[in-house]
Each structure stands twice: as C-alpha cells, then as structure tokens.
Ligand binder design. Sequence first.
Ligand SMILES: [Zn+2]
Ligand SMILES: [Zn+2]
Length: 133
Amino acid sequence: MSYSPAYYKAHRDRIAKANERWRRTHQAQLNVASRKRRAEHRLSDRTAALKAYGGDPPRCACCGERALSFLVLDHIGGNGAEHRRRNHDFRTEPYTWLRRRGFPAGFRVLCWNCNGVIKPNQSQCSVHGGSET
Ligand SMILES: [Zn+2]
Ligand SMILES: [Zn+2]
C-alpha cells in the first residue's frame, strides 16, 4: 500500500523515526556479527601461525610449553621493534600479516615465561639452561 501525501506529511516524522530505529538496531546486529567474524579469523590465523612456527601441536621452542594461550611469536634476532615499525599491518594484525605472506622464516614460538627472559640470539632462556649473559 502507498501512503496518501496528506497521511505521509502528517506521519513523516514518525515514519522517519521508525526507519531510523530499524536501521540502528539492524546495523548494531551487523556490527556484532562482523566483529565476531573478525575475531574468529584472528583466532584461526593465530593458531595457524603458532603451528607454522611451533609445530603441531605448537609448543614453546625453549621449554616445550603447549598451552596455546601462553604461546607467543618471537622475532628471531630481536629486531622485532624495527620490523614492526616498517610494517604497520604487522603491528595491528601480526598473525594475518604472516599468513598472507605464507609464514616467512624468522619467527619462533615461545611461551610468555621464556619470551620474557630469553636473549634475542639464545635458543634457551636462562631458566631452562641458557646462559645468563
Ligand atoms: Zn617456554
Ligand atoms: Zn625457557
């Protein structure tokens, strides 16, 4: 059905508000859905990257820790800051960046603990047999 001009004129504001309300609620749902999709992609990229660098199942290169939530990627050689400066996308989406490039060499998987104490060119942190210096 179509509105008569007089009806439309009288109800214009109400109709506009209803349309606006509809758009807002549906836009919010769309946003939630796409945020969720992006989060899922990030998670699967992360798992894929950890497997590419840390084996399947991924483990810490130093102590063998296997809890996925403790594992991080370490930039071998310690020039990660320089790498991040040059690659803005890497800073925001490191796992996606690596996947798009086919997981290039130069990274390893460490757990939070070992990553915190290991020296850039050591293969073992001081806690797990590496030297202190
Ligand atoms: Zn470790
Ligand atoms: Zn260690």
